[in-house]
Design a protein around this ligand. Sequence first.
Ligand code: ME8
Length: 527
Amino acid sequence: MSKKYYITTPIYYPSGNWHIGTCYTTVICDALARFKRSEGYEVFYLTGTDEHGQKIQKSAEAKGRKVMEFLNEQVDTLKKVWEVLDISYDKFIRTTDDYHKEAVQKIFLKLYEKGDIYKSEYENMYCTPCESFWTKSQLKDGKCPDCGREAELAKEESYFFRLSKYQDRLIELIENNKEFLQPVSRQNEMLNNFLRAGLTDLCISRTSFDWGVKVPLDPRHVVYVWLDALSNYITALGFMGEDDKLFKKFWPADLHMMGKEIVRFHSIIWPAMLMALDIPLPRKVYGHGWLLFDGDKMSKSKGNIVDPIVLCEKYGADAVRYFLLREVPFGNDGLYSLRAFLNRRNADLCNSLGNLLSRTTAMIEQYFGGILPAPTAPKDDSDKGYDLDLKAHAEGLLERVRDFMDKLLVPEATNEIFKLINRANKYIDETTPWVLAKDESKKARLGTVLYNLAEVLRLSAVLLSPFLISAPQKILDCFALKVPKSFKGECEFGGLKAGTTVKRSDILFNRIDVEKEILAVEKEQNK
Ligand code: ME8
């Protein structure tokens, strides 16, 4: 039986507010999905959009647009972002898809019939001119956050999900299954701030707006956000639909990945819903940190938006992916600045990786007419030492990277590959091939050195292929190889065949003058 892996991002609000921070969850999941595919897993990677609710209806109306037209445009833009970043999702769900809406209604009905959904009254703050209900915490200085006018206490007939019934089971889940919610800090947060404080039942319908899934049997109501949104993880697989083969094959999810602000919904409301539906729980919920910009979570309202499409077009999608994967300590917040991004690009991609490739392929061309020489056993003790140390960085590398990926330590996994690349650059300085080339009797040694360097490049390209997209293939092009579909048999040192024709590389990543570039971008922004 083949190994399976089901991974999900949250479904995105079609806000148009997509910046480099918003791409974080998707890029991380993409690297994990690609890594698992290379490990021979059958992967299902789900992403999509969260399209219901009053805010969306109002955004469309404010622009004088039909809601569905507005949404289609937003979704096209989001898909373009994922295309530019080379996100390898298997399915894109939209909560406005008919099959999703029908399944949500069936889920609602099932929970209602079971007694886990009941009708009651929802009491909250109401802004009459905006026809909007707000929780007290949503109000700004006690006033409506949209129009700034007074809001008053009002009652609305609503359906409720019996969340409180699942409190003890949820506490038991988080206390006893340490793998379920990660990182560990989020467990304490959920237990102390929410679960032990006591859960109240969750209001899951509204009558004050109509942009949503209609409540079956009571179409004055629409299903309110979380029941609709969270269900996407199972409706996308056909749960309660005509064909539930994918559900049978892939559920339970191996990993729900999301930013820390929505962990509560995924580790409390979602498992409670699944318990009520009597279906297995996801294996892991992971709440990552935020990419911060000048110390704040990025958002359009703060005027510090960084457009991922522009960044990818200017500096390359690989550089954007690499920054996201490498720079944010996993589980914690990370800082974005153009300077940090460009420095990282210059240091790792241009200097370490790019230089290793250009130096190695140029020397193979210059000294061996572009034909890869065969390695021989080193005679000299210091040569032996250099070779052994280089190989020690290469041997077992897949296992070390896998170990980090299994623990979701993505920056550490990429760093492990760069340790080999940096070791290879040091190896060039130690073995000084340009000196060996002057002495005909050192030709065999020179051949060994260049073979070892070429082999490091091959191995690095193979292992980098889940993280970067264009660079690994460009590296392998020099050795007339393709990125392999699977790591199997590709990660042992010595895979390159002597006699292979080696093509001198083009520039992999151009070097950017950071100060000049920052000045130019600032000038552009102030225009
Ligand atoms: O929350 N740094 O959607 P969303 C890191 N529709 N991650 C960030 C980020 C930043 N600066 N900004 C956003 C929603 N994200 C709901 C989900 S799921 C059933 C419903 C991440 O569009 C954020 O943490 O606001 C989340 O993981 C993802 O972008 C989508 O956020």
